[in-house]
Design a binder for this molecule. Structure first.
Ligand SMILES: [Zn+2]
Ligand SMILES: [Zn+2]
Length: 322
């Protein structure tokens, strides 16, 4: 009965690791295979140490992603904040939520909310022209990062000046963040992500600076830039085939819900920035949750009939419901 012997050896192995007094038990198991089965004797010391080991491993599994979740949460400062709230006014947010989004926005360090929203409004109004700050007609590199490496095209500045921005000027959170932007970026984008892992769980300052600070900042930047580059070049156009922005699944994933870009440019005032609501759209889930908590309200949405009519009229025929 090699099987029995094997299992006894297995138990023996664990006994060595966890409890030396249990060796007696395993020898007893091995010897009594001929007669009636011996009573099951639970080795509590091993049960407890194995439970602690696995609980610890599960905790370990959560510690690293929790840092990532935290940053995804703070990424809301751009997607739910600067984009859907301040650029498009697609829902209303209470003061506490606007303060949170303002602080989170400084962590993303993508220009202050006022400038971000102004650039973004010009981007929507003059897409794929010289007045579009990241005009994708000038190629992937320019739309992705190149636009930040050169001076703005004069048309961007000229058309930007003519935009209606009184709502932003009247928002105290936006103006406060603009006034103290440099300080808030230093604090939220660089100091906090480096200091917290070092102070709270003894991470080395070296790692804390390069991973949660620089790597996180760079990844989030590139995820946001993909909306301007990839989502303006690759994907279907089920809602309007006359414009460049496209439905790009990869960008939807990387920019947590901002890749339904053909839909978004067709219906920019829709708070979900997608026909499909919260599906694959963490930003929409976040706004919904804020409404549930009473911190946001008045979510604007496009009716199903209106979407269908538009799909029929200007879509490229690739539309699928759901
Ligand atoms: Zn766009
Ligand atoms: Zn937009």
């Amino acid at each position: 009965d090699g099987g029995e012997g094997g299992s006894a050896a297995g138990v023996f192995g664990y006994s060595n690791l966890f409890c030396s007094t249990c060796i007696v038990n395993t020898v007893h198991v091995f010897q009594s295979t001929q007669g009636p089965k011996p009573p099951r004797i639970i080795v509590w010391r091993n049960v407890i140490s194995m439970s602690l080991l696995h609980a610890g491993a599960v905790y370990g599994l959560f510690v690293i992603p929790s840092l990532i979740y935290l940053f995804i949460f703070l990424y809301m400062g751009v997607t739910a904040g600067a984009h859907r709230l301040w650029s498009h006014r697609s829902y209303k947010a209470t003061l506490p939520l606007r303060i949170f989004l303002g602080v989170a926005n400084s962590m993303a360090f993508q220009n202050d909310i006022f400038e971000w929203a102004r650039d973004h409004r010009v981007h929507h109004k003059y897409s794929e022209t010289d007045a579009d700050p990241h005009n994708a007609v000038r190629g992937f590199f320019f739309a992705h990062i190149g636009w930040l490496l050169v001076r703005k095209h004069p048309d961007v500045i000229e058309k930007g000046r003519k935009l209606e921005l009184t709502d932003l000027l009247a928002d105290k959170v936006v103006m406060f963040q603009r006034k103290y932007y440099k300080l808030s970026v230093l604090l939220m984008c660089f100091f906090v992500p480096s200091f917290v892992p070092w102070y709270l769980w003894g991470e080395s300052l070296w790692v804390a600076y390069f991973v949660p600070t620089l790597l996180r900042y760079t990844l989030v930047l590139n995820a946001a830039w993909l909306v301007n580059s990839a989502a303006h070049m690759w994907g279907n156009r089920p809602y309007d085939t006359n414009i460049n922005p496209r439905e790009n699944k990869f960008v939807t994933f990387s920019a947590i819900g901002e890749g339904f870009h053909n839909y978004h440019h067709t219906f920019p005032y829709d708070y979900a920035a997608s026909e499909f609501g919260s599906k694959l759209n963490f930003t929409t889930c976040f706004i919904d949750f804020m409404c549930f908590l009473g911190l946001a309200k008045d979510r604007k949405r496009v009716s199903h009939e209106m979407v269908q009519a538009r799909v029929q009229r200007t879509g490229d025929g690739s539309h699928r419901s759901g």
